[in-house]
Design a protein around this ligand. Sequence first.
Ligand SMILES: CC(C)(COP(=O)(O)OP(=O)(O)OC[C@H]1O[C@@H](n2cnc3c(N)ncnc32)[C@H](O)[C@@H]1OP(=O)(O)O)[C@@H](O)C(=O)NCCC(=O)NCCS
Length: 163
Amino acid sequence: MHLPPYTPFPVVATANVVLRQVEESDLADILDISFYDARPAGSIAEASTMLRQINDDYARGECLHWGLAHPQTNRIMGTVGFYRGFAEGTGELGCVLKSTFRGRGLMQQAMRLAIKFGLEEIKLQNVIALTDKQNYAAIRLLERLQFQPGQADESSEIRYSLR
Ligand SMILES: CC(C)(COP(=O)(O)OP(=O)(O)OC[C@H]1O[C@@H](n2cnc3c(N)ncnc32)[C@H](O)[C@@H]1OP(=O)(O)O)[C@@H](O)C(=O)NCCC(=O)NCCS
């Protein structure tokens, strides 16, 4: 496996989305979608603390967090990445789009880039994503990307995996 951090930070792109590192100057744009350990940021200062925690996790090889930038304006529309470590060659994808950019297929493109990077560069054996059973937008996204659902159980989440 080829775990983070990388020099330079990996930038990958399609014609419609650029995945790049999130900078302090992006925080105002993404305050509404800034989370760490499922906790939302309440202020720019808190989002900045969260970004430092994410960068520390990245430096320890435990996550890879991209901002999903607009190719012309460079402004961040969402985030995508691998979180919670890479134990046993498994990468867990997480993603969120600002609501105004949903329904255009942008996350599908971003996820494809992240999956390709995970399999080809990090050399992951498995890519997984956890989502709430009621999160139909996420379920549609994962199923379009050919993720397969695991066995349903009592929990409120479904574990999807790619291979
Ligand atoms: C999950 C989430 C990222 C999905 O966003 P999204 O914009 O629906 O995702 P996609 O990029 O797959 O876009 C697909 C939608 O765009 C539409 N679309 C429009 N133009 C399109 C195009 N050119 N190509 C593909 N899809 C297009 C599709 O029809 C589809 O709409 P539908 O689901 O109503 O049929 C978003 O709802 C979100 O941020 N949710 C909160 C965080 C979250 O739940 N994360 C999931 C964790 S696993």
